[in-house]
Write a protein that binds this ligand. Structure first.
Ligand SMILES: Cc1ncc(COP(=O)(O)O)c(C=O)c1O
Length: 339
């Protein structure tokens, strides 16, 4: 099957498995895993941030950030499509006693003008706004990314209001490649960033919370409390490191294929898609002549996997295990269904 349901479906390659097998390991709860220690430092350096905390999932990275940046009763400003708000099993209220102020940005991307409308007052009866949480790239927003100017202006607003800035950077690699913004810039404007190695980069497991040394101490304690303290994790660091060294450079091809796919389907009957909206590796399109269920079934009989993303919306996500030949086969499949 050509699996475009998500960029989380990739399987570890031979090279990655070899790197995992050869990794030197130790007990990471004792901070004795040399491969993990070096990897956390390496990624923190890439973002020019003080520290990195390896975690099993993007959800744990985001939830640790919410926890260490807030007090119970606080409010976090987030776009209404945000993963932290929609898809983390209400972890914010449950784990940290916070609530969300949701705002409607453009494909998941908020502006400082919009964010300004979300701040609360200072009365006893107001929740305390303490964090702005951005997603870059946006998942539900179809892979859109923040511009440098926008991020600088949002940081300025955060400073003016005295609040923290978190980035859910599950796909920040894609954002950096598509925008040309270096990773160190994101590190310079955010208090915490959660990054994932298991999405477009293709590692089997693993995310990292990037933060200050002080926040790392808080995060390490909470990570243990929440069951995220792991032992010989050097094998996971080796996989993620291999992904950074070998797959990061392939993201540009994913973006090119996503664009080419969109160009092709924009000429088919019964498809509604905006080429300009496709910025990275995620394509969202509407079906108008068939139901989503029907379309997914027909795609599946053509050995193509995509996923439902709304009543009329389908999501296709490109990743390094879909090559140019697969792309042509997907186009053929779409053509046979919508000709
Ligand atoms: C934008 C975004 N943030 C966070 C996550 C959570 O990652 P995980 O599934 O590793 O918990 C995802 C997962 O797809 C995501 O798309």
């Amino acid at each position: 099957m050509i699996d475009l349901r998500s960029d989380t479906v990739t399987k570890p390659t031979e090279g990655m498995r070899k790197a995992m097998a050869q990794a030197e390991v130790g007990d990471d709860v004792f901070k004795e895993d040399p491969t993990m220690n070096a990897f956390q430092e390496k990624v923190a350096e890439m973002f020019d941030m003080e520290a990195g905390v390896f975690v099993p999932s993007g959800t744990m990275g985001n939830q640790l950030a919410m926890n260490i940046l807030t007090q119970p009763g606080d409010e976090v400003i987030i776009d209404v499509t945000g993963h932290v708000y929609n898809y983390e099993s209400a972890g914010g209220p449950f784990l940290s006693g916070i609530q969300f102020m949701t705002l409607k940005g453009d494909r998941g991307v908020m502006t400082p003008e919009l964010i300004r409308t979300g701040f609360r007052g200072h009365n006893d009866w107001d929740p305390r706004t303490s964090v702005i949480s951005l997603e870059n790239t946006t998942n539900k927003g179809g892979g859109a990314f923040y511009t440098k100017e926008n991020l600088l202006a949002i940081r300025k607003l955060a400073d003016e209001k005295g609040v923290m800035l978190h980035i859910d950077g599950a796909r920040i690699w894609n954002a950096s490649v598509a925008s040309g913004i270096p990773l160190s810039f994101y590190g310079s404007i955010a208090d915490t960033i959660s990054v994932c190695f298991s999405k477009a980069l293709g590692a089997p497991i693993g995310s990292m919370l990037l933060c200050s040394q002080e926040n790392k101490r808080l995060a390490m304690r909470k990570r243990k409390m929440w069951g995220g303290g792991m032992r010989q994790v050097g094998i996971l660091a080796a996989a993620a490191d291999y992904a950074l060294d070998n797959h990061y450079k392939l993201l540009e091809d994913d973006h090119r294929r996503a664009k080419s796919f969109t160009e092709f389907i924009s000429g088919l009957n019964g498809i509604n898609v905006n080429l300009d909206d496709v910025a990275t590796n995620i394509v969202l399109f509407d079906v108008t002549s068939k139901t989503v269920e029907e379309t997914l079934k027909l795609l599946s009989s053509n050995h193509i996997g995509m996923s439902q993303f709304g009543p009329n919306t389908i999501r296709a996500v490109f990743h390094f295990q879909v090559d140019d030949k697969d792309l042509e086969d997907v186009k053929k499949g779409m053509n046979s269904i919508f000709k």
